[in-house]
Design a protein around this ligand. Structure first.
Ligand code: GLC
Length: 750
């Protein structure tokens, strides 16, 4: 059926015998009926862009360009159905158009003519399109607690990604972050399954239901974020009960929200590589959660079944294992053996053709939904590339709302009874620290390049933190003492040599990390780097007040020096608009409203989370550096009078309504995130000390008092029982907002 689908792309009328049929399923079945086993094996194959470029995988020749012979071999000979990624760095839209057009034009020459499904990691905005809008990484988006904003941010990202000609985004990450050592902590929406679920659903809807819909991809299904060692892709031991309590709910919620695709966890849980785990990939994902979309492997993970996990004797064995477990598409991505071996397995009867038909239907379904059969996968006209000015406001707003003020003490420069922030007065401000003057530090990994470390691919013209501070406070107030990550005692001595309260009003010390992702971010400890601790100590010894600003993707512990800082701000990885967001919070132009989406450990070996168990409170109790949900503003809001409006008892299935009174003790309007926790007093499974039950954002004008009500369904107060089934148990429940508490009795049958 040479080039059938190329016809759509050229707008030709479709020959009578292949007229498009009325329904999606009928259309897909009609296409499927024309495919050979080799066509089908090709559709299930995803290669990285390097494989069709001049040069070698990982060493593509500059300027990156398509290799016609490789295109012919990959698309026409091997009939490959999907390509992903950049070939090492970001490209301008024009070059994406060249790549996508070249690939799809050749795809039209495939025996099946089926367009290629192109995928990219645009995980915090348009990460691989030069000049694209880059907002906060997910951890910062979670700190906004603003699901409406996150949905809009995803909608905007989809507009640019699709305008580059790419209809599939490997986002959101729905892994639940439980261990700050894990190098992809910052790619998540934090530690609370409910917040991760809500944010994940918002992002999926933003990608898939906006003005320029693209296919979302839920990753990394499931249990990837809890390796025992804290290191990427090392074994996780997650009993099914905990899997269902903590790690599965965000995927279940996003599947229910209509996510188009799922990417599999590269790791192993309980000794079984997830890529070979039919129970997880089929029994749970398909049969229980009802997922009908496309399941794609992660990078090279089918081959790794025999190369790393040692559960397969050879590549063919690994392929058979993975397809039978439930994988639909292999992100191969740098060999051309996969489709050949897969076709062999079908011809040999080791994999039934009906099994690969299931996968090909799902793949064709995503291509159909993304209108690839109508457009031939061709990119939209460049002239229609969205105007960045229309999109960046949301990214800038998200950066502002993410900034989390965790400590504000010391003395204000003008009002001695006020804390040090926002910075007042007109005295000299010293800015120093390794993340003070780096746009890469603000963006993190998956920015311009995989590891996000190459300034060459940064968005032109976006400021670093110190540049924005200069813009806001005035050039002449700001003295920069620039440091790189490896600075030493001599650098510190040079900084403090001339430092005194007489000459310097305060020091803004930028702490944190430089970008990394995946195994490149593995660490032996999450203690803050010694040189950064020494820097704070030395500045403190001069008597100059210190404002710490942490830029980084995971909470490194700093309990020794925390008391030496008058104020402390968590900026996460705020993106291209993060510098201005930090400066606006420091100056008071923006009243900070961010709230921590994770627990900041006090000690490197502590991995407690807000929903820890009572037995974990022994000794000094639950005493993290900063608690989950914490965050200050410049106009503090006092919470009082928590009432359960629905009374002291509730029946199964009832919705509980809680009301609290908020009083803004300051003069500025404050966005207050009211966070309601529930506590099951006695249960058949050890109850957590706190569970995130509900949250709501309220703007409280300066000096105003208002009440706000939150609803929580008793259906959400259940637990995963000893039989691994969800259950709601009658009994006494506590409810808490900050230090306000109340109880009610849940009555009725189990
Ligand atoms: C990586 C990551 C995954 C990403 C994929 C494609 O290994 O684990 O998050 O989407 O490869 O780049």
């Amino acid at each position: 059926m040479a080039g059938l689908f190329g016809l759509f792309a050229t707008g030709c009328t479709v020959p009578p015998n292949t007229a498009p049929v009325s329904s999606k399923d009928a259309f897909i079945d009609s296409v499927l009926s024309t495919l050979t086993i080799e066509d089908k094996a090709g559709e299930m194959t995803q290669l990285t862009l390097d494989m069709v470029c001049v040069g070698k995988p990982g060493k593509v020749e500059e300027p990156h360009r398509l290799d016609p012979d490789k295109l012919e071999h990959v698309l026409v000979d091997l009939k490959v159905g999907s390509i992903l990624n950049c070939a090492g760095h970001a490209y301008p839209p024009e070059q994406w158009h060249e790549f996508i057009s070249g690939i799809q034009s050749k795809a039209a020459e495939k025996p099946s003519g089926i367009p290629v499904l192109y995928g990219i990691d645009a995980i915090h905005g348009t990460t691989y399109t030069t000049g694209g809008v880059l907002g906060p990484q997910q951890l910062g988006l979670a700190a906004t607690w603003d699901t409406t904003l996150v949905r809009k941010f995803a909608e905007n990202a989809a507009q640019e990604v699709l305008a580059s000609g790419i209809p599939w985004n490997f986002s959101p990450v729905l892994d639940v972050a439980r261990d700050a050592r894990w190098p992809r902590f910052w790619e998540t929406f934090g530690e609370a399954p409910k917040l991760v679920s809500d944010m994940g659903v918002s992002m999926v809807k933003g990608y898939q239901e906006g003005p320029s819909p693209i296919a979302a991809c839920l990753k990394h299904y499931v249990g990837y974020s809890r390796p025992l060692s804290g290191k990427d892709r090392t074994p996780a031991w997650i009993p099914e009960r905990q899997l269902r309590e903590i790690f599965l709910p965000p995927f279940a919620a996003a599947v229910k929200a209509g996510a188009a695709t799922v990417m599999v966890n590269s790791g192993e849980t309980n000794g079984i590589p997830v890529h070979a785990d039919r129970h997880i990939l089929t029994d749970i994902l398909r049969d229980e959660l009802g997922f009908k979309g496309l399941v794609v492997s992660d990078w090279e993970d089918i081959r790794y079944l025999f190369k790393r996990h040692m559960v397969a004797t050879d590549y063919k064995d690994a392929i058979e294992m993975a397809i039978h477990a439930g994988i639909d598409m292999s992100m191969v991505p740098t060999d051309t053996l996969f489709p050949v071996l897969l076709a062999e397995l079908v011809h040999e009867g080791r994999i039934a053709e009906s099994r690969i038909d299931e996968s090909v239907r799902r793949i064709l379904g995503v291509k159909y939904d993304r209108s690839l059969f109508e457009t031939g996968g061709m990119p939209p006209a460049l002239v229609d590339y969205p105007d960045k000015v229309r999109l960046e406001g949301t990214a800038a707003r998200a950066a502002l709302e993410s900034i989390t003020l965790l400590k504000n003490e010391g003395q204000h420069a003008i009002y001695p009874d006020q804390p040090i922030l926002p910075i007042g007065g007109s005295g000299r401000i010293l800015v120093t620290g390794p993340t003070a003057n780096s746009l890469n530090a603000l963006n993190g990994g998956w920015t311009g390049t995989w590891q996000g470390r190459n300034p060459k691919y940064n968005t032109p013209g976006r400021p670093t933190a110190v540049e924005s501070i200069r813009a806001v406070f005035g050039e002449d107030r700001i003295a920069l003492a620039e440091l790189d990550m490896e600075f030493g005692q001599a650098d510190i001595d040079a900084i403090v040599r001339s430092l005194s309260p007489r000459t310097t009003q305060c020091a803004v010390v930028f702490l944190g990390e430089m970008p990394y992702t995946e195994f490149m971010g593995n660490v032996e400890t999450i203690e803050l780097f010694q040189n950064q601790q020494d820097l704070v100590r030395a500045i403190h010894a001069t008597g100059v007040p210190i404002i710490g600003v942490y830029v980084g993707g995971r909470p490194r512990t700093h309990h020794h020096i925390e008391p030496l800082m008058d104020a402390f701000i968590m900026a996460y990885l705020p993106g291209d608009y993060g510098a201005r967001a930090i400066a606006d919070v420091l100056s008071g132009d923006f009243n900070p409203s961010g709230r921590l989406p994770f627990t900041w450990p006090r000690h490197p070996s502590s991995h407690l989370t807000h929903d820890c168990k009572h037995t974990e409170l022994n000794g000094d109790g639950f005493n993290p550096q900063y608690t989950f949900g914490s965050g200050l503003s410049y106009s503090p809001v006092q919470t009082t009078e928590l009432k359960i409006l629905t009374g002291e008892t509730a029946n199964m299935g009832d919705t509980i309504t809680v009301e609290v009174t908020l009083e803004n003790k300051g003069i500025r309007s404050t966005t207050e995130t009211v966070i309601l926790y529930s506590q099951d007093r006695v249960a058949s499974i050890t109850p957590s000390v706190d569970e995130l039950a509900a949250y709501k954002q309220v703007v409280v004008p300066g000096g105003a008092t208002t009440t706000v009500s939150l609803d929580v369904s008793t259906r959400e107060l259940g637990l995963i029982g000893r039989d691994n089934a969800y259950r709601i148990e009658p009994g006494t429940f506590g409810l808490r907002v900050k230090d306000q508490t109340a109880e009610f009795e849940l009555i009725g049958p189990q």
